[in-house]
Design a protein around this ligand. Structure first.
Ligand SMILES: [Zn+2]
Length: 280
């Protein structure tokens, strides 16, 4: 099965440059890119008329089993019930443009296998083993959106008022730390770390970080994250040979992060060379 995207602006996230051209995907990989590509007979062709194409996003800190922020209640729930919740959360992540996520605790190979075999819709799921933790020293995965969400909605989710008053201070300290790390050249990776009903803010971390590190926030959620999980060159890039996980956007995410931070602005989400989500 071949997918040919024509007349796109292909974003090189490492340099921030766009190239006009076509991109062809086959058997789940990017196989060709350049001007005026020829499609095989059975190919699906889509004329993008100048829309932007970038690699699918990677979130390196999620908890797909955290269907509620009340983590203490999770062990008393049936594993099959929890799996159904996880499947729904993963499907929503995919619709936001996250084609790979790293679960920091909770998920296991059962969910990862179910996704890989196509039993559930969702991002490619990596779960933390010893190998990934060993690699993490050289990277920083801040998760400002957790505090932002607590500030916005913490009271409604049962956070005591005294704690809620401290959240703003923590968030400001988080911004300052991010700024220092960015100017010191630390490799920053995208993470959201949200729980329960706050999962829907997963893309807000893009907007928050753009205040400090725009447009490098795109690297944090693509090339840097790919390095962290040991998949550099294979995800988080549009290079030939990489997994064909990509996003088609109407706006330019290097100029306006809003083009990416609102799921309705994603024209298509492509996973393994197939359109898995399309906006109306
Ligand atoms: Zn966490």
């Amino acid at each position: 099965m071949s997918l040919l995207l024509r007349n796109a602006l292909l974003l090189d996230v490492a340099s921030g440059d766009h190239t006009e051209g076509d991109l062809r995907c086959e058997d789940g990989r990017i196989v060709e890119s350049g001007p005026g590509l020829k499609a095989p007979q059975d190919a699906r062709g889509i004329d993008l008329r100048g829309a932007h194409v970038m690699p699918g996003l990677i979130d390196a800190h999620v908890h797909v089993t955290a269907s509620t922020a009340d983590l203490g209640s999770l062990p008393s729930m049936s594993p099959s019930y929890l799996a159904a919740h996880s499947a729904r959360l993963m499907g929503q992540m995919l619709e936001r443009g996250f084609t790979t996520v790293r679960d920091a605790s909770g998920a296991d190979y059962g969910l990862a296998d179910a996704q890989a075999e196509g039993l559930i819709r969702g991002p490619r799921l990596l779960f933390c083993g010893v190998e990934l933790f060993l690699r993490k020293d050289a990277f920083l995965v801040p998760t400002l959106v957790t505090y932002w969400a607590l500030e916005e909605e913490g009271m409604a989710f049962g956070l005591p008022e005294a704690s809620w008053r401290k959240v703003d201070e923590v968030l400001e300290a988080g911004f300052a730390a991010l700024e220092r790390a960015a100017s010191a050249g630390v490799r920053l990776v995208y993470g959201s770390d949200l729980l329960g009903g706050m999962h829907r803010h997963q893309s807000e971390e893009l907007r928050l970080r753009a205040r400090v590190q725009s447009p490098k926030v795109l690297r944090a959620a693509t090339v840097n994250a790919a390095e962290l999980v040991g998949m550099a060159g294979s995800i988080g890039t549009l290079t030939v040979g990489a997994h064909a996980d990509l996003l088609v956007l109407d706006g330019d995410p290097t100029r306006d992060i809003g083009a990416l931070a609102k799921p309705k602005n994603l024209r298509y989400v492509v996973q393994s060379g197939e359109v898995v989500s399309a906006s109306a």
